[in-house]
Design a protein around this ligand. Structure first.
Ligand SMILES: [Zn+2]
Length: 185
């Protein structure tokens, strides 16, 4: 019979354990930063590409004066506020005031994850045949597709166009008639 005396377990070195934990901790933090940073960068990149792609498609339909297809690309929230006819009237007027679309360059983009889908805000400098404009768009992602939710185009051309030739009133919104005197713009 052999009495088995277990060898005394090596005393864990608390300093080594701490060191390992510290190293693992550092690695975890580094990994987390990489995931978060990379994830955010990737997300923003995706948002930027998706925004540009969605806007390209939208602009392509407008260029072709295919307003029915352009209207189909906007978010339901916008469709609820503007009929197909009003939409066409608005973009026909933009086309008339600005001329043919030439090019655009992105000035800024900001992508946020929201419960109902991601939202992207982007601004562009846009060149048209008759001048340049600043475009601010809001795009909303739902079901993997991006839809144009908001579209705001500012240009000196509109200021000129919206100044009433009859009474001189500076109208703020695109319309056929002066909101001050009711005469055609
Ligand atoms: Zn007027």
């Amino acid at each position: 019979m052999v009495d088995f005396e277990p060898a005394p377990a090596e005393k864990p070195s608390s300093s080594r354990t701490l060191l390992i934990v510290a190293v693992v901790g550092c690695l975890a933090v580094v990994a987390l930063l990489a995931v978060c940073g990379g994830g955010f960068g990737y997300f923003l990149y995706q948002g930027k590409v998706a925004t540009d792609t969605a806007l390209d498609e939208f602009q392509g339909k407008l260029d072709a004066k295919d307003y029915a297809s352009a209207y189909a690309l906007i978010a339901p929230e916008w469709q609820a506020k503007q009929t197909r006819e009003e939409f066409e009237e608005l973009f026909t007027m933009i086309d008339d005031v600005m001329g043919k679309y030439k090019s655009r360059s992105m000035a800024s983009v900001n992508v946020n994850q929201a419960p109902g889908g991601s939202i992207a805000n982007a601004t562009y400098k846009v060149e048209y045949e008759k001048g340049s404009g600043q475009l601010a768009v809001v795009l909303k992602e739902s079901g993997g597709r991006w839809h144009v939710l908001g579209y705001q185009l500012n240009s000196d051309n509109f200021e000129k166009r919206l100044k009433c030739p009859s009474c001189g009133f500076q109208n703020q919104n695109l319309g056929k008639f002066c909101t001050n005197c009711g005469k055609p713009l």
